[in-house]
Design a protein around this ligand. Sequence first.
Ligand code: GUN
Length: 294
Amino acid sequence: MTLLDGKKISDQIKDEIAAEVAGMIRRGEKVPHLAAVIVGSDGASLTYVGSKVRACQRIGFESTLKQLPESTTEEELLEVVAELNADSDIDGYIVQLPLPRHIDEQKILLAVNPDKDVDGFHPTNFGKMALELESFISATPYGIMELLRRYNVETSGKHAVVIGRSNIVGRPISILLSQKGEGANATVTLVHSRTRNLPEITRQADIIVSALGVPNFLKSDMVKEGVVVVDVGITRVPDASRERGYYICGDVDFEGVSKKASFITPVPGGVGPMTIAMLLKNTLLARQRHRTRT
Ligand code: GUN
């Protein structure tokens, strides 16, 4: 069994980006600038956004954090989005999800300038991704593809089963894995809450990507020998015995499944750090594309 070490690979990617930034500084060019907007004070979201901003600082990007109160109205958030669209110093930005219930998420995502949409959530980018045109690919599916590529995991002709059909992970990763080209060409099955006989399907999988958010959902009797497993789950499970009051649990029963897997991601230290690295990669791309447009 080989561990798909997202921490190690994400560090390599960040080093590669940092080297690009050093070159930009040497040439007297503007460095990439990422902005992040967060509405409210959800603990997990604050942690994720904090990690993204710190990662920017470590590799030499500029970063701006816009922290807005829970009471922010949809109109006010749309105004912030319009300001970020108009600010030529900002190359890319993200609006951290989920948003408070009184704000229409789709309305906000539609207002983001697709050229600055480093999350790849705008329909223009999602559509271009699906059509294999130049776009921003969402950081989590992009990170999974990159992790598989860097470990030379064979995907061509393999049966990949994706668990979960979210717009952020399940749906886009199912599209990417089925595309033509190196590191893809898989035969993909997308399973979800209405799927019948799910374990029967996962037992046929050469590759499983689980993006469900149910702790320890995938058990060893649901996979075959030699399976490649990518665990996207990062559920906070309450645990009074820990200082933080919780622990992070993936979708996969690592203890059991790792005994049968040929490759498997740990949680934490698998997909999570890759997501941050690919967001930085998208921000670098946004800067480079921005420069060629202006
Ligand atoms: N919430 C969970 N994952 C993400 C992500 O990748 N980007 C944003 N903006 N919000 C998220």
